[in-house]
Design a protein around this ligand. Structure first.
Ligand code: GAL
Ligand code: ZN
Length: 652
């Protein structure tokens, strides 16, 4: 278990560094992330590399046994570079170039920018390859899809399309370009989705989806160049990147393929449980939190300060979901620049206060329980499917305002969480055989291969929940021709005869066989049962009595279909029935805001119970557990203080 902090020695007088290092050590901090925005200090003039200051900082930290992750500083290109090569600036969708003055002012496809990125990466990698304090690297900072609209990007997009489709004929067929006379006769005719076209919102959805895939691939390619250099010079170091949880403008599965592990930046608004699970699922491995909130957020205005115990609870929540390191952002609130009011562990005055003491407590706890947590990781029976293609296609055409993959995912995930059922969030491409239950939010783009894999999963004894708007499109974002749910119709034993996009203002009610009733909104599929049984039927409108939700025994398994968007309560009711039927482990009836996450190891499971509310809470356990903080056996009910945490070991 690693406790760390993001540190910016270049913002402070050198005389302060030893004091900072001592305070860090005393708090149990053993890792700092450094330099990810320090390009102008590392290369103040072209080719003039200045590492002496960073060497001295590493030396001061090293004396306190603090090691470092170094960031490649490419998210903030220096002014001299932009002045010399203004063509590296990104261009927006109205074809206006952006300017210098903030950060991220670079097009990741630009060959000149690539040259400078490789050069600074190589210089740093060579200099730090053998440094005893350097553990590894963070590429750039919070990479996102390179949604740039410059001429380089236009040329690269056309190349990308040519590689993908092989010929213009194939592209015209895949995109269905006879619509509005869009047939291309030369690659140079293909536009980027500029807003300057007639009817800026009306681009071909097939082009829009391919553009998003392309913009993601460009970023992956950009990072790959840095990773290759780091691997060549620093074979002993790890390479990671700080992801952004539910951020979805880049395909994180692709970005992670080059990395040793995933890290992410956690600034909890609501519960961070879902983003933690998404992040763990990217590689199916434990991860780091590279930036964890330790004070209030604030650039020009400030948010509320974390309550006593809240930072500690967030950190333990992260550990429960699979974090092996928690690195706080940032050590001290900075004196200058945009983020002056973003709170560090220390305020501007650098006097250690409440939040410092709380983090020091965490430092002691991490050290104490490291042996118990070592080698453990979450293992779950339930998987939720995730896919950037699906997210993008539904962003391009949301069906009705408010309908998104995220909406479904959150409802399913939150319901499982309230039942104390852990879930992995995995790619639609992942191996599903380890899971007893697979929950699929809308598989709006459904190709035959994915449908066949899901069918086999169910036929061989798996349990699948499928959602409305499944099977609508092919991989090119054109509508499929079969009756919905398209290639999953046989698996689900239904036909969607028609549908009603009732939208956010529309409501209907569904009734279950057990008498329970739930409001629904946004979308109503009208089902015809073809082998499946009715789970719920509509209560209103011309389709009163028509099935809305179904279940089908298929082969050795079972498949449900939820053809409408019920209120939150429904999901807990519905999934509880399924989870009980499958006899999966659960801690039912958890109070809202209390979470149980589990890490499995050779010596049993460690439950991390976090109370993320400012109130006392009571949790009813199903088995006797060993309370690791209290060193006592607990049975039945346990009480949690406001923002309280318990670590429980169970052998079941
Ligand atoms: C993160 C970013 C940091 C810092 C922080 C607070 O997203 O990686 O560099 O900007 O937000 O604004
Ligand atoms: Zn560009």
């Amino acid at each position: 278990m690693i406790l760390g902090v993001d540190y910016y020695p270049e913002h402070w007088d050198e005389a302060r560094w030893p004091v900072d290092a001592q305070l860090m050590q005393e708090a149990g901090i053993s890792v700092v992330r450094l330099a990810e925005f320090a390009w102008s200090k590392l290369e103040p003039r072209e080719g003039d590399y200045q590492f002496a200051w960073l060497d001295r900082a590493l030396g001061v930290l090293g004396e306190r046994a603090i090691q470092a992750v170094l960031g490649t500083p490419t998210a903030a290109p220096p002014a001299w570079l932009i002045e010399k090569h203004p063509q590296v600036l990104p261009v927006d969708e109205w074809r206006r170039p952006l300017g210098f003055g903030a950060r991220l002012h670079r097009c990741l496809a630009n060959p000149t920018f690539r040259h400078y990125s490789r050069a600074i990466t190589a210089a740093m990698a060579q200099h730090y390859a053998a440094h005893p304090s350097v553990l590894g690297w963070q590429t750039d900072n919070e990479l996102t899809g390179n949604r740039c609209y410059c001429d380089v990007c236009a040329a690269r997009f056309r190349e990308w399309l040519e590689r993908k489709y092989g010929s213009l004929d194939a592209l015209n067929r895949a995109w269905g370009t006879p619509f509005w006379s869009q047939e291309y006769t030369a690659w140079t005719q293909v536009p980027l989705p500029w807003q300057t076209t007639c009817g800026p919102m009306a681009h071909n959805p097939s082009l829009l989806l391919d553009y998003r895939r392309f913009a993601s691939d460009i970023t992956v390619e950009f990072q790959h160049e840095q990773v290759e250099i780091l691997r060549e010079h620093c074979p002993e170091h790890f390479v990671t990147h700080n992801f952004m949880g539910l951020h979805d403008a880049i395909n994180y599965y692709d970005l992670a393929r080059d990395l040793d592990f995933v890290s992410w930046d956690n600034y909890p608004g609501g519960s961070a449980a879902l983003p933690h699970d998404v992040m763990r699922g990217i590689q199916g491995e434990n991860f780091w939190v590279m930036e964890e909130k330790c004070g209030h957020a604030g650039w020009n205005t400030m948010g509320p300060i974390p309550r006593p115990g809240q930072v500690r609870a967030w950190a333990w929540q992260a550990v429960g979901h699979g974090a092996d390191a928690v690195v706080f952002f940032r050590w001290r609130s900075c004196r200058s620049g945009t983020e002056q009011f973003w709170q560090g562990i220390l305020n501007h005055d650098a006097v250690p206060g409440r939040r410092y003491r709380e983090i020091a407590q965490l430092g002691r706890e991490f050290r104490q329980f490291a042996p118990d947590l070592e080698g453990t990781s979450p293992e779950n029976d339930v998987a939720l499917l995730y896919s950037y293609d699906q997210i993008w296609a539904l962003q391009i055409q949301p069906q009705v305002p408010g309908f998104s993959l995220g909406l479904w995912l959150e409802r399913y995930h939150q319901a499982l969480h309230r039942l104390g059922v852990g879930a992995d969030v995995v790619s639609t491409e992942a191996d599903l055989s380890p899971y007893k239950l697979v929950i699929a939010p809308p598989l709006y783009l459904l190709d035959d291969a994915l449908a066949a894999r899901l069918d086999r999963y169910v036929a061989e004894g798996g349990h699948l929940v499928a959602s409305a708007r499944t099977g609508v499109k092919d991989g090119n974002n054109c509508a499929r021709e079969e009756t919905l749910p398209g290639p999953l119709a046989r698996t689900l034993g239904i036909a969607v005869e028609d549908y009603d996009a009732i939208g956010q203002g529309g409501t209907n009610v569904v009734a279950l066989a057990d008498g329970a009733r739930f409001k629904v909104s946004l979308w109503c599929d009208l089902l015809r049962l073809e082998g499946a049984k009715q789970v719920a039927r509509y209560m209103r409108d011309f389709y009163e009595g028509v099935p809305a939700i179904s279940v089908h025994n298929h082969g050795k398994g079972r498949a449900w279909y939820v053809g409408t968007v019920p209120e939150e309560r429904f999901f807990r009711h519905f999934l509880r029935g399924i989870v009980e039927g499958l006899r999966l482990r659960m801690v039912p009836d958890l109070p809202k805001g209390v979470e149980v996450a589990a890490r499995q190891g050779d010596r049993g499971r460690i439950l991390v119970v976090t109370n993320l509310t400012p109130h006392k809470q009571v949790v009813h356990l199903q088995d006797a557990c060993e309370d690791l903080f209290a060193r006592a056996i607990v049975t039945e009910a346990i009480e949690l203080h406001p923002f309280g945490v318990r670590l429980l070991r169970t052998t079941r």
